[in-house]
Design a protein around this ligand. Structure first.
Ligand SMILES: Cc1cc2nc3c(=O)[nH]c(=O)nc-3n(C[C@H](O)[C@H](O)[C@H](O)COP(=O)(O)OP(=O)(O)OC[C@H]3O[C@@H](n4cnc5c(N)ncnc54)[C@H](O)[C@@H]3O)c2cc1C
Length: 376
């Protein structure tokens, strides 16, 4: 039997999605001897490449929440980084449309929420102005968010990976963390069931859909801590021929806010995609059910009445790592250093659903603040 390989690092980041990559890159500007572990063959194979690629403004999230603060801060940092590093993106702007009096009232409330979150460039528009911007869209009123945009998430992840590698981060693919033990000084992480062992004083759990299971490895009771994830699938259909829209177009969100409603997004190649819908599931399955076309069409024609059902074709889907179950109150991101649980230096990132792509670099700065007193 081959001897078990042993390695030692100061900081280990588990998961090379957009958040783990941003964390590794941010930490690599300040520290050396960092390891990034990813179970797949390459980075960003899961939720980070199965989303709307929207740079959110920060409109919807509860005031004072991490989601609100890190979305607004993350959006600013992200646009700056896109400009500096040549990451493809576009400030398309976004219209949230109302189609009746009740929705108009909800839009007013949303405007107040946006202001409370520090999103100060929103404009309330009449139905006539909405039509002049988007002749295909039917609306009695609309909210325009000029700072919403779209990004090439793969370009972003590549830029983060290259920068992290340039700063000396070691990345190991096909490396699944299967166990973790704390000896009072450092963590011993077992890779692929004991193929190798990594000793690390600081560990950042950025394992996305698996982050609750990874948190359980050093002994955290995830149910007691409220860390248990619920999987919530979001499917997309693309439209061909594509309706001639220039902005992202969203319906007024539902009160419980499990998703943002089946909306129209553009990608940088000019494709129009609708989604994601909301479907709680028991297991990860990335097939899109064609039978959902009817329900998609029904919600889209409330604001885009000219869209033919036959123009909708199944596209990708993604799974949201949600902390709240169906109908439950919205939960915030968990970004927690776990000294209080007897696990100093173990940092959990759990429930990083939308706007996690927008917020990734702000989340990374928050993690760096947590690491600073540990590493010095
Ligand atoms: C349908 C949908 C639409 C969305 N739209 C948007 C949007 O428009 N804008 C926005 O801002 N956000 C959006 N989001 C949210 C955004 O995509 C996520 O917040 C973000 O991608 C999360 O990144 P992550 O790195 O935390 O997770 P992931 O991308 O899932 O990465 C986690 C990584 O950890 C690895 N891993 C797991 N377990 C282990 C282990 N034991 N050992 C080693 N590696 C492990 C996985 O293989 C994976 O690569 C959307 C999400 C969904 C599902």
């Amino acid at each position: 039997m081959a001897p078990v390989e042993r390695h030692a690092f100061d900081i280990t980041v588990i998961g090379a999605g957009v958040v783990g990559l941003a964390v590794a890159e941010e930490l690599s500007r300040r520290y050396r001897n960092i390891l990034l572990l990813e179970r797949n063959d390459s980075h960003g194979q899961e939720t980070s490449s199965r989303n709307s690629e929207v740079i959110h403004a920060g409109i919807y999230y509860p005031e004072g929440s991490l989601k609100a603060a890190l979305c607004v801060e993350g959006r600013r940092i992200l646009y700056e980084a896109c400009g500096k590093r040549g990451i493809p993106h576009r400030r398309t702007g976004k219209l949230i449309v109302a189609t009746n009096a009740a929705e108009e009232e909800a839009l007013q409330a949303l405007l107040g929420k946006a202001h409370a979150n520090g999103v100060d460039d929103m404009l309330m528009l009449s139905g006539r102005v909405v039509r002049s911007l988007e002749p295909e869209v039917v609306a009695t009123a609309g909210l325009l968010s000029p700072s919403t945009g779209i990004i090439d998430s793969h370009g972003l992840m590549r830029a983060l990976l290259v920068a992290a590698a340039g700063n000396g981060v070691t990345t190991a693919f096909r490396s699944r963390v299967t166990a973790a033990r704390y000896d009072g000084v450092r963590y011993e992480l077992e890779i692929n069931g004991g193929e190798s062992l990594v000793a690390s004083r600081t560990v950042v759990n950025s394992a996305g859909l698996q982050s609750d299971r990874v948190a359980a490895l050093p002994g955290i009771d995830v149910d007691l801590e409220g860390y248990r994830l619920k999987l919530c699938k979001g499917s997309y259909f693309f439209a061909s021929p594509a309706p001639p829209i220039r902005h992202l177009v969203y319906p007024t969100p539902t009160p419980r806010h499990e998703g943002l409603g089946v909306h129209a997004t553009l990608d940088l190649g000019g494709r129009v995609r609708f989604g994601p819908d909301v479907e709680y599931v028991d297991a990860v399955d990335y097939r899109v059910d064609e039978a959902r076309r009817d329900a998609f069409h029904e919600s889209i024609v409330t604001y885009l009445p000219g869209l033919a059902k036959e123009s909708l074709h199944p596209d990708l889907c993604g799974i949201r790592p949600k902390l709240q179950g169906p109908g439950e109150e919205v939960r915030d991101f968990v970004i927690s250093e776990e000294s209080r649980l007897g696990l100093p230096g173990w940092i959990n990132l759990i429930g990083i659903e939308s706007p996690g792509l927008t917020a990734c670099m702000a989340i990374a700065r928050r993690v760096a603040e947590l690491v600073q007193p540990l590493v010095g």
